[in-house]
Design a protein around this ligand. Structure first.
Ligand code: TA6
Length: 314
């Protein structure tokens, strides 16, 4: 079983708008609501890949009910701590004319200490049945300092590998706990390391430095350019298939799901990177957020390639 932790879940709202014009009134052509926040997207795609998944999270109000019901319909075990207030919404506007996406991410309601204690209790209870833990997304107000660090240390003490996908202060604070894998995108890694996001050599070196400091693997997602997989043993560049992009939101989460399933199955770094890219491509080819149709994954998998990289050639 894969266990996901989402401290800041959301109802993801996708708005399709025919020509976004700032400062005007616009009619939305179509709305798609999905159970979201990064970890819930990971949960859905890991389930689509055939894994048993338990999603640990917080749920409040009508939005919280929408999340738990939405997940259960897809066969994911939702283990949500009830909290007062309303779970947040995140809005993703796709301009039909340009294909560009604009996102508005609400901060999420503050969470009380007792709810964190309850989530921790449930986490410790399901850890022994977990093959992999995935911790994803931003942290809501009220998150105890080093909460991600604590989750990582508990998993590692139980010999369960942990993937951490977060950014900013939450990422920086959790790094000393040495998650098994992290998956920053180019900008997130550059912000962490204080480097230019366009400087490929610096990106590579920053990923290598993180591996030297104790993280087993650093995956840098590069959008349509694919991804890098850096560990102490391997430095790989993944080349993603060319597709007709419908929705870029949730591609990183879909990649994380691919890696989580690969870890659970013990796949090689090359195969894991290909599966992750195929999941990301399947998400991008679909309007739904955090949705990777297994038929598309199968179609894209043979089109994914990896190559070993040397410092000078990337
Ligand atoms: O990765 C996409 C996404 O998961 C959206 O579904 C949206 O809910 C958002 O990211 C949340 O990100 P955050 O970092 O605030 O947890």
């Amino acid at each position: 079983m894969i266990t996901t932790v989402t401290l800041n879940p959301a109802v993801d709202k996708l708005y399709l708008v025919d020509g976004v014009q700032e400062g005007t009134v616009m009619r939305v052509q179509q709305v798609l609501n999905t159970a979201g926040g990064k970890g819930l997207n990971v949960s859905r795609v890991a389930r689509q890949l055939g894994e048993e998944v338990t999603a640990l999270s917080f749920a409040g109000g009508h939005n919280g009910d929408f999340l738990t019901q939405g997940l259960e319909q897809t066969g994911i075990r939702s283990n949500f701590v009830s909290v007062p207030g309303e779970t947040r919404c995140c809005i993703n506007i796709r301009d039909i004319k340009t294909g560009r996406h604009t996102e508005f991410l609400e901060p999420g309601q503050p969470i009380e200490p007792a709810a964190f204690d309850e989530l921790l209790r449930r986490y410790e209870a399901i850890l022994p049945q977990s093959k992999v833990v995935v911790i994803s997304g931003s942290t809501p107000k009220g998150t105890p300092a080093d909460f991600y660090g604590k989750l990582i240390r508990l998993a590692k003490a139980a010999h369960v590998p942990v993937i951490l996908d977060t950014s900013g202060a939450a990422l920086k604070e959790a790094l000393p706990a040495n998650p098994t894998m992290i998956k920053p995108n180019r900008e997130e890694l550059a912000a962490l390391a204080g480097i230019d996001p366009e400087d490929n050599a610096a990106i590579l070196e920053a990923a290598r430095q993180l591996c030297r400091s104790g993280i087993d693997a650093v995956v840098v997602s590069l959008g349509s350019e694919g991804a890098l997989y850096i560990s102490r043993e391997a430095a790989l560049r993944g080349i993603a298939p060319k597709i007709d992009v419908q929705n870029t939101v949730g591609c990183g989460d879909s990649m994380v799901a691919g890696f989580a399933v690969s870890m659970a199955k013990g796949l090689s770094p090359e195969d894991a990177l290909c599966l992750a890219m195929a999941c990301g491509a399947a998400n991008a080819a679909d309007l739904r957020t955090g949705w990777a149709d297994p038929r598309l994954i199968e179609q894209y998998l043979p089109q994914c390639q990896t190559e070993r990289i040397e410092e000078l050639c990337w």
